[in-house]
Design a binder for this molecule. Sequence first.
Ligand SMILES: Nc1nc2c(ncn2[C@@H]2O[C@H](COP(=O)(O)OP(=O)(O)OP(=O)(O)O)[C@@H](O)[C@H]2O)c(=O)[nH]1
Ligand SMILES: [Mg+2]
Length: 256
Amino acid sequence: MAVPRLMVVLPTYNEKDNLPLITRALFDLKLPGLEILVVDDGSPDGTGQLAEALRVEYDAKLHVLHRQEKNGLGPAYLAGFQQAIALGAEWIVQMDADGSHQPKYLHTMLEMIQRYDVVVGSRFMRGGGVDTSWSLYRKFLSLWANRIYTPSILHLPVYDATGGFKIWRREVLLGMDLRRIQSNGYVFQVEMTYVAHRLGYRIGEFPIYFPDRTLGESKMSSRVALEAALRVWQILFRHRHLRPSMRQPGPAAPAP
Ligand SMILES: Nc1nc2c(ncn2[C@@H]2O[C@H](COP(=O)(O)OP(=O)(O)OP(=O)(O)O)[C@@H](O)[C@H]2O)c(=O)[nH]1
Ligand SMILES: [Mg+2]
């Protein structure tokens, strides 16, 4: 059987210290057919140039998409997904470059993608967890937002509504019609999961432990969390009309 091409999309903005670590860890998994696509939005710290050096080091197995403007994680992922599809990827891994999404989980998540359309690395299901340094208050608030608040508004069948460590089948990204997705930040994750769910794709969840970013500062704040909570309603009204029959017919997968 031909090995499906696996593309890990890594968005970066000022990740020059993290990028070499995550790319090394990914290639060390020795997963057949694994390639990486770095999506850098002109990082002032030189992450883009560093990615070019890694491209030479890893030969054709690492690709770099340079974008001029920084306009957030959502648009960066969307551009990366389009490029991954254009490069022929069959399975597309969505993963932050900051160390919070640990490559070691990919073995099992890849087994699961054979049975599901999307696999979500889940912090809030049994067996998952968040950084031990999180205060009880922050843990409680995230657990409530992800397991109770968001799923009860959107009727989502997942425990981690804002989870951003995912594997997508190519057909799913094509069928979702990514032009529908408009959000950024935490809400981008919710919107992607909700659209997939409304279109009837099967979503599997796998428990992950989520350490805080290895290097650099977290941008999480109460304002960011509150805005995300309100925007969940916007997602509901924007997409609740979607049905499985409204999947976009995409071109067939390329021959192996
Ligand atoms: N290309 C691109 N990447 C971005 C942008 N914003 C964030 N990223 C990257 O997206 C990933 C996740 O972003 P983070 O800033 O870590 O966001 P977060 O994980 O929600 O928050 P913290 O880790 O708590 O700060 C990281 O790999 C970032 O470098 C952006 O505007 N453009
Ligand atoms: Mg992060």
